[in-house]
Ligand binder design. Structure first.
Ligand SMILES: *Cc1c(COP(=O)(O)O)cnc(C)c1O
Length: 219
């Protein structure tokens, strides 16, 4: 679907939740290496782009450096790629999946970086992210000790399932953690992808990360 079509769907979903809910869209561009695709999205008004590999993000950042794009890193970050990522000056790193990773970024960063903690809300062993049980405590420890990690909230990937109840449950669990962290400055609840963004918004998401459903119309 086009960006306009996506925005209409987001609009309908958010009104089911609350007229006060504002939902940001991150366009996930990992499926293409063609900068023209990103340019077309930019011309349609898209400003936030997400990538899950440092190498791919580096190429796109360099090719499109004249455009005022917000780059979100959303993938599993290996420690040996941290310096490379920080050099790209990402707008946000959404995938802090352990205290140790936050510590490693904190040590290398020369200024505070916006970050989200990633929560494995479905408990699927193939997924990255910290266990829901330790998320609040880890968030607070990072916030207290690591001054170059500017925590803004939480991110999750919904349960990989055809059972809507299971998907909803993983989003609900994440939203509960988000609510506990709001008094500690959490503002962003990043959940929802192509197949489940409407459910995520109904469960309170205010940032969705859309790849396949959006990119196909721009290729
Ligand atoms: C690929 C990816 C997305 C987008 O997924 P689609 O199903 O293509 O919309 C969102 N978040 C993360 C972390 C991803 O890796």
């Amino acid at each position: 679907m086009t960006l306009d079509e996506l925005i209409q769907k987001v609009e309908a979903a958010r009104l089911k939740r609350s007229e006060h809910l504002i939902v940001q869209i991150v366009a996930v561009t990992k499926y293409t290496n063609n900068p023209e695709v990103l340019k077309r999205l930019f011309e349609d008004g898209q400003r936030a782009f997400g990538e899950n590999r440092v190498q791919d993000m580096e190429e796109k950042v360099k090719t499109l450096e004249d455009l005022p794009i917000e780059w979100h890193f959303i993938g599993n970050l290996q420690k040996n790629k941290i310096n490379k990522l920080l050099k790209l000056n990402p707008f946000m790193i959404q995938s802090i999946n352990s205290y140790e990773l936050a510590e490693a970024i904190n040590k290398r960063a020369k200024k505070p970086v916006r970050c989200l903690i990633e929560i494995n809300s479905s408990g699927e062993p193939t997924k990255h992210g910290m266990a829901p049980e330790v998320a609040v405590d880890t968030y607070l420890r990072i916030k207290e000790n690591l001054l170059n990690i500017n925590l803004q909230g939480v991110m999750t990937i919904g349960a990989h399932s055809n059972d809507e109840k299971k998907i909803r449950e993983s989003f609900r669990k994440t939203y509960k953690i988000f609510e506990q962290l709001k008094p500690h400055g959490a503002k962003i609840c990043s959940m929802g992808m192509s197949r489940d963004f409407e459910i995520a918004i109904e469960e309170g998401s205010n940032m969705i990360r859309i790849g396949r459903a959006l990119i196909e119309s721009y290729i």
